[in-house]
Design a protein around this ligand. Structure first.
Ligand SMILES: [Zn+2]
Length: 351
């Protein structure tokens, strides 16, 4: 299952909500669009790596930690994938255990790190400290901040859709976010909402996103580096600098595999015309209990899926507004806007 479609959409909607509120960070998000979107996925989901290798073709397949019995390419055998680093080999699940809670903060910590779970209502404080450090320690460039803002959209999106926090009222088929309804959420987000309504060019967007560089600030907000800045002052516990080199390599691996994996996702989302109707991927159809694409769209309509997307976009907008309030004292924006081309013409062009 993809995950990347939902999170990219939450970030797109959050950016729209930020624009509507005329937040000072809204133009900054537009200036660093690909890094903002990369933050909204790779900023959190560090298990973006192969799960297995297809024995027949030798190609890497699957998505880290999601069990895979047979090759999705040939139906043949697979062998487990190992991430090699510093003379050691790690299964994606071990990487998940080590780092997943550190990027998601409010859930997903392994048992031995449980005590680091951040209460949901402390999330704005944590984000505020990271935003301040993005400007003071990682500035004056804006790209780290755009990446951090993207990461924040993932925290909100995951928290709401996975019911860690209240705010989304969705009952689609059999619940809010279930193995049966995930394919519906992905397909409807991809085609009906994304492609048709918002004019999203998914192949271009996912390619740009996967080509963005690793941001050093990710090691900082995951506390896998030497403690410093306001984050270290406000959240002195849980820093793990000894794993910095490993996480750095994992973040590189995430980008490397996303370039391959995004094509699997795009393929999986494809619809085939059959007569008057559209058929989706057989595996996804099976996961929903055999619904046709038209039935999936109808189920999403009935559950008012767009209302849930609106709720998430609005919640993201609220968190971005809180981050925006920090800007005046840390990174003053010019009081008068930048001159337009017409204004420059009036000043510069000889009549
Ligand atoms: Zn996540």
């Amino acid at each position: 299952m993809s995950g990347i479609i939902g999170h990219t959409m939450y970030a797109i909607l959050g950016a729209k909500a930020a624009q509507q509120r005329r937040l000072s960070i809204a133009p900054l998000i537009q200036r660093h669009w690909a890094s903002y979107l990369a933050g909204s996925y790779l900023g959190c989901d560090i298990q973006t790596m192969p799960e297995a290798v297809c024995v027949d073709t030798g190609r890497e397949v699957g998505y880290g930690t999601v069990p895979l019995e047979t090759s999705p390419l040939t139906g043949g055998k697979v062998r487990p994938y190992y991430f090699a680093m510093g003379g050691r080999q790690y299964r994606p699940n071990e990487i998940h255990q080590l780092f997943y809670g550190r990027s998601h903060l409010t859930f997903g910590w392994s048992r031995d790190q449980q005590d680091l779970t951040l209460p949901w209502d402390h999330l704005p404080d944590y984000c505020e400290a990271v935003v301040e450090d993005a400007l003071t320690l990682f500035g004056p460039g804006e790209r780290p901040l755009a990446y951090v803002l993207g990461w924040m959209t993932h925290l909100v999106g995951d928290g709401l859709i996975k019911s860690i926090a209240p705010g989304v009222t969705l009952h689609l088929l059999d619940g809010q976010y279930t193995p049966r309804n995930r394919p519906i959420q992905d397909l409807v987000t991809f085609h009906e909402v994304g492609r048709k309504e918002l004019q999203v060019d998914w192949p271009a967007l996912l390619t740009d996103l996967s080509e963005t560089p690793v941001e050093a600030i990710q090691l900082h907000y995951m506390r896998v580096t030497a403690p410093r800045g306001r984050l270290a002052r406000d959240f002195p516990d849980g820093w793990m600098p000894a794993k910095e080199e490993l996480l750095q390599a994992v973040l590189q691996e995430n980008r490397r595999y996303l370039r391959i994996y995004k094509d699997y996702v795009l393929k999986e989302m494809e619809l085939q015309r059959s007569g008057q109707s559209w058929q989706c991927n057989a595996e996804l159809c099976r996961a929903t209990g055999g619904l046709s694409y038209a039935q999936m769209v109808a189920a999403a309509e009935k559950a008012d899926f767009r209302q849930a997307l609106w709720q998430i976009g609005e919640a993201v907008g609220t968190l971005l507004a809180e981050a925006s309030q920090l800007m005046p004292k840390l990174h003053p924006m010019p009081a008068v806007g930048e001159p337009s081309w017409a204004e420059l013409g009036a000043r510069w062009k000889r009549s």
